[in-house]
Design a binder for this molecule. Structure first.
Ligand code: HEM
Length: 415
C-alpha cells in the first residue's frame, strides 16, 4: 500500500444524518393490535428508526467471536445491577444489622443466598471478562486514532469496576469485610497533604466505624454505579460513532492495486464506516455483516454461556460469610480477593512503612501508562507482530502479574 493513502485521514461522510436515518423507511417491528400504539409512540420518539439503525449497522465480518467480550461485560454488569437491587431488599447498611440481615437472607429468604452467590460470581466473572476484553482491544491495537477515547473510557471503567469490587467486599460486615475496610480505608492516608483528610472523610473519623459503612455503602450503590453508567454510555456512543475496528485481519488487501481497492471500499462503505479521522487503509473493513443477526447471535451465545456459568457457580458454591465483625480480634489474617493478589504480593516486598507509597507508585504508574497508551504508541501498524515495542513489555508485565499471583497463593494458602 502506498504512502499517499496511508497519510491523509478520511473526511466525514458527506451527509452523515441522511446515511444513518432509517426513520420512515422501515416497517414497525410490531404487528397486530399493538401496531397503532407503536405508531403513536414512534411518532413521538423515532424509536423504529433508532432500532433499525442499531440493529443493521455494519460490523467487521471476521473475528466476531472476539468482539463478543464487550457485550458480555455489559450483560454481566446488568446482572450485577439486578442482583444488587434484590440484595437491597434485605440488606441493612448499619454496623449492628448488616451481618444479621445477611444471615436472614441466607436462612429465611427463598432465593436470597442464590442471589448473593450470583452477585459474587458475577463480580468474579466481570473482573476476568473486563481484563480479557481490555487485552483483546490492546492486541488488536483498537486504541489507535480515532479510538483513543474508547480506550481511555475503558481504562476508567476498569478502575471503576475494581472500586465497585472493593467497596462491595466491605458491606457484609463480617470479619473479612471489616478487616478489608480497615486495610483499604487506611490506604488514602499515604497521599501527600490531603491523605489524612481523605481517610477521615471515608472513615467518618479516625477509626473504622458506623459512618465508614454508611459512606462505603453510598459509594457502592450510588456514586460508583452512576459514574459507571455514564461512562458505559460514553464508551458505547464512541463505539457506534467510530464503528468496531475489530482487528488487522479485517483490513487486508487482496489485489495488486491496494490503493484502488481501499478507495473502492470507502466508496461502498456502509454506516458507520468509513471511520472519520482514521487512516484510509483502516477506515473500512474488507467485509462487513449486519450487527443483527450475525454479531448479535454470537454476543447472545457467549453472554448466555457466562450467565449460566454464574448462576450454576452461585448455586454450587454460593457466597461466603465469616463470623460477625470483631474489632478486638488479634489473630484474624485478612486475605485479599484473587484479583488483588498480585498487588498484595508485590507490597510484601516493600518495608511496612513504605507500603502505602508502594500502592500509589505501582497503581499510579500502571494507571498512567494505561491511560497514556494511545499517545505513547505512535506506531501506525496494527498487526501484533509488527508492534514488538508495546507487545513485549505488555506480555512481560502480564507474566509478572501471573507470577506474583502464584507467589501470593503460595504464601497465603501454604501450597
Ligand atoms: C464496563 C466495562 C466495559 C464495557 C461494558 C465495554 C463494552 C464494550 C463493547 C460492547 C464494545 C464493542 C464490542 C467489542 O469490541 O467487544 C467495546 C469496544 C471497545 N472497548 Fe470496551 N467495554 C468495557 C471496558 C473496556 C476496557 C477496560 C477497555 C480497555 C482498557 C475497553 C476498550 C475498548 C475499545 C478500545 C473498544 C473498541 C474495540 C474495537 O473497535 O475494535 N473497554 N467495549
Amino acid at each position: 500500500m502506498s504512502d499517499s493513502t496511508a497519510g491523509s485521514d478520511v473526511p466525514p461522510p458527506a451527509v452523515p444524518e441522511e446515511r444513518g436515518d432509517f426513520a420512515g423507511l422501515v416497517p414497525a417491528p410490531i404487528a397486530g393490535p399493538f401496531r397503532k400504539s407503536w405508531a403513536w409512540f414512534d411518532d413521538r420518539t423515532g424509536i423504529t428508526g433508532l432500532l433499525y439503525k442499531g440493529l443493521y449497522e455494519a460490523v467487521p465480518k471476521r473475528g466476531g467471536w472476539a468482539y463478543t467480550l464487550g457485550s458480555a461485560t455489559l450483560v454481566v454488569i446488568i446482572v450485577q445491577f439486578f442482583t444488587g437491587i434484590f440484595l437491597l431488599l434485605d440488606y441493612v447498611p448499619s454496623v449492628t444489622q448488616a451481618y444479621g440481615s445477611l444471615l436472614y437472607l441466607r436462612t429465611d429468604d427463598l432465593f436470597g443466598d442464590w442471589i448473593r452467590g450470583i452477585h459474587l460470581w458475577g463480580a468474579y466473572t466481570l473482573m476476568l471478562l473486563i481484563g480479557v476484553h481490555a487485552l483483546r482491544t490492546f492486541i488488536s491495537a483498537s486504541y489507535k486514532k480515532p479510538r483513543e477515547l474508547n480506550w481511555i473510557s475503558g481504562v476508567m471503567l476498569f478502575f471503576l469496576v475494581l472500586a465497585m469490587a472493593i467497596t462491595g467486599a466491605m458491606l457484609p460486615w463480617d470479619q473479612a469485610s471489616y478487616w478489608t475496610a480497615v486495610v483499604v480505608t487506611n490506604i488514602p492516608h499515604y497521599l501527600p497533604v490531603i491523605g489524612n483528610g481523605v481517610r477521615a472523610l471515608w472513615r467518618g473519623g479516625d477509626f473504622v466505624g458506623p459512618l465508614t459503612l454508611t459512606r462505603t455503602f453510598a459509594l457502592h450503590i450510588w456514586v460508583l454505579p452512576a459514574l459507571l453508567l455514564g461512562l458505559i454510555g460514553g464508551h458505547l456512543y464512541l463505539l457506534r460513532r467510530h464503528g468496531e475496528f475489530g482487528s488487522w485481519v479485517n483490513y487486508r488487501t487482496t489485489t495488486d492495486d491496494p490503493e484502488k481497492e481501499i478507495a473502492e471500499r470507502i466508496r461502498h462503505a456502509e454506516p458507520p464506516y468509513p471511520t472519520r479521522g482514521s487512516e484510509p487503509r483502516y477506515s473500512v473493513p474488507s467485509e462487513t455483516v449486519d450487527f443483527f443477526p450475525d454479531q448479535l447471535f454470537k454476543d447472545t451465545v457467549v453472554s448466555l454461556v457466562l450467565v449460566i456459568f454464574i448462576f450454576v457457580m452461585a448455586l454450587i458454591s454460593g457466597a461466603p460469610l465469616d463470623g460477625p465483625a470483631n474489632a478486638a480480634t488479634l489473630t484474624y489474617v485478612p486475605t485479599p480477593e484473587w484479583f488483588y493478589l498480585p498487588l498484595d504480593q508485590l507490597l510484601v516486598f516493600f518495608p511496612t512503612e513504605l507500603i502505602g507509597f508502594g500502592v500509589f507508585v505501582v497503581v499510579g504508574i500502571g494507571a498512567t501508562l494505561m491511560l497514556a497508551l494511545p499517545f505513547i504508541d505512535r506506531n501506525p501498524e496494527r498487526h501484533p507482530i509488527r508492534r514488538p515495542d508495546v507487545l513485549v513489555p505488555a506480555f512481560f508485565f502480564i507474566g509478572t502479574v501471573i507470577y506474583l499471583a502464584m507467589l501470593g497463593v503460595n504464601r497465603l494458602y501454604n501450597l
